[in-house]
Design a binder for this molecule. Structure first.
Ligand SMILES: [Zn+2]
Ligand SMILES: [Zn+2]
Length: 163
């Protein structure tokens, strides 16, 4: 999904739901890996921006992306309104539920590389592309054995993957 489309969704959601203007940038961040999006604030509590990972924009389904955008917008809106806005706080979690937005860490979007442990055969996944290039430099966590790279998997956010 295009970042401009994301901004549009964020703007509409914020005005319709909270009557709040989107006054911070919404940006694509290709370095975000383990999280799909984030709400960034300065150390002095000033809202800075909302970021979405490149992988999310690249591979996420429309529904999954909308859910993530809503999640980050709710952080921003509650912060603006002076309400508890952190992941895990009861107030924030209730708002997520109310607006059908996913909780943090419940969905993964992106490309993962899969491998098997040469000792026990267990299949593992990693987002480190380097592993496919130099598998000999890595050891599995199960057996500290060598591994064989077998392929890649793309998660689009419609299937839940829990850590
Ligand atoms: Zn969050
Ligand atoms: Zn093993």
């Amino acid at each position: 999904m295009d970042i401009d489309r994301v901004k549009q969704i964020a703007r509409v959601f914020l005005t319709e739901t909270y009557g709040i203007e989107l006054s911070i940038p919404v940006e694509r961040n290709n370095r975000l890996r383990t999280t799909q999006g984030r709400y960034v604030i300065k150390h002095d509590d000033t809202p800075l921006r909302i970021e979405l990972s490149g992988q999310t924009l690249e591979y996420g389904t429309e529904g999954a992306i909308i859910g993530i955008v809503k999640h980050e917008c709710i952080h921003y809106a509650l912060h603006q309104l002076g309400k508890p806005y952190q992941d895990g706080s009861a107030y924030f979690e209730a708002e997520l539920k109310k607006h059908d937005a996913p909780r943090t860490g419940t969905c993964f979007i992106g490309k993962l590389y899969t491998f098997t442990c040469d000792d026990c055969g267990q299949v593992g996944e990693t987002w480190r592309k380097q592993l496919t290039l130099t598998p000999e430099k890595y050891r599995t966590t199960c057996c500290r054995g060598t591994l064989t790279w077998i392929g890649e998997k793309i998660y689009n956010g419609s299937n839940e993957l829990l850590y």
